[in-house]
Design a protein around this ligand. Sequence first.
Ligand SMILES: CC1=C(/C=C/C(C)=C/C=C/C(C)=C/C=O)C(C)(C)CCC1
Ligand SMILES: [Fe+2]
Length: 314
Amino acid sequence: MTGAAALRATHARAALGVTVAAVAIATLLPAPGAAAKAAVLAALVAVLGLPHGAVDHLEGQTLLAPRVGRAWWLVFGALYVAAATVVVAAWLLWPPGLLVGFLLLAAGHFGAEDVAADPAAPRGPLRVLEAGLRGAIPVLGPVLFHPERTGELFAYLLPGSSAAGVQAVLVPLAWGAPVFAGALAAFAVIAWASGRRGTAVEVLALTVAVGVLPPLLAFVVYFCLWHAPRHTLTVAARLSPADARRGLIRFARAAWPLTLVTIAAGTLAWWGLTGAVNAVPAAIATVFVGLAALTVPHVVLAALHARSHIATAT
Ligand SMILES: CC1=C(/C=C/C(C)=C/C=C/C(C)=C/C=O)C(C)(C)CCC1
Ligand SMILES: [Fe+2]
């Protein structure tokens, strides 16, 4: 039998090792081309990132089955697809609003899950502050540390905008980079001093990764190495509280069908888009607009789960 805490510790060590290796490789080798970065993004998000959301139906079953009975999956599927469709439609109608909303929601989701996986995290307002700061690393970090490259990527998600136009908005924000880096360094020092050494090292490593790596690769590092495996371990522990390894097997069995469906849908969307734009912008738009569409129902379910957890714990 394998305990959930032991698996979490193994994950943190492995993720840290790969993050440090990615930073070292990036400083030694020449930067990869745009097509290589987009291919790495699409492949790793599909294989390592998507499965953690492809088990949302388990949450849906817990919430809906007591209310609507055996047809829970029909109601769940309809609600999930409707939410995703509304996001894509709203994105087409008002792209800047949706992009900003997505970035804020993502930072909140990332931070909340990182803090939830950290038994030594504080409670109360300090917890919210810590979640905001940690969640901002993968989202605000690229904007502040690489405004030009991030502006180019955001432009792919804002139909009708130009890279120069978006960069003109982001580049003036770069004064915030040293402030943000300073806040993260201060957090790491406080975390270290209060005995949370793992958290301190993780925050420093992720800050350096976001500072050094191109935005797409930094996102892959955070999302595929830290966020998705962490969520996976949480779900695995829920599926088999006594034996986390068995929980992982159950997780894999539950995740593969919807992962494959989502990959197929994404490939179709990318193929459709390549008629209108080049393959690289089409891949980036497919990955991020697709993630945004799935993130809304995914985050709502994670929040509902956290709420029911608090309600049963108190
Ligand atoms: C678009 C874009 C970014 C933001 C991506 C986000 C915010 C993804 C969120 C995914 C989520 C929330 C998945 C759920 O589990 C970056 C990396 C800042 C820079 C490159 C372009
Ligand atoms: Fe997630």
